[in-house]
Write a protein that binds this ligand. Sequence first.
Ligand code: 1GP
Length: 229
Amino acid sequence: MYDIKNWRHVFKLDPAKEISDDDLERICMSNTDAIMIGGTDNVTEDNVLNLMSRVRRYPLPLALEISNIESTMPGFDFYFVPTVLNSQDTEFHNGLLHRALKEYGHMINFDEFIFEGYLVMNPDSKVSAHTKANTNLDVDDIVAFSQMANAFYRFPVLYLEYSGTFGDLKMVEAARSELTETQLFYGGGIDSLSRATEVAAIADTIVVGNIIYEDIKKALQTTKIKERT
Ligand code: 1GP
């Protein structure tokens, strides 16, 4: 079985976006550690199943980041379940999860599930509006949330989610400074090797999304962090 602790680089594919077979092959044959499928809008059973079966041809770990119950299905190596620590709606803390377990808990292999503390950081992102996140956070807030994740909830993963914009590295460093057990994932605005290198020097795992659809060459270059660190 794969171990997420070794992941330094992850490509996140959005099931609601088109990707050609050629581009998908380049992503899946790259030096990345894993593919994660996840998105905010229009994530459906059909488009997740379609993308999963296309990615499954390649021999690398495949994770689903769960956005809704309807598009969750067997066939992935890992299921990342976000709990949005700065959401103002309990639905995104444990409401959805409670409903999912009530219905499907009896058939779940819990070893495949990774409960991730999520901090939604970009106020202009879709995920921020969707989860009603309070993004008005300073360094002390990040420190407190990171202590919560590491020492109290003991999450395996804390995900700093800047989706669509490159984050403030002071915030990433603040999270880093508190995490001794919890693995720090960073995602958002990584669109070049230099940005990837900067943030990979702080976070354990970097997640590259949007640039796959905008400039595949630049996306592929971000995997070079693995040769450098
Ligand atoms: C999104 O964190 C990922 O969930 C990656 O962000 O799309 O901005 O690369 P970008």
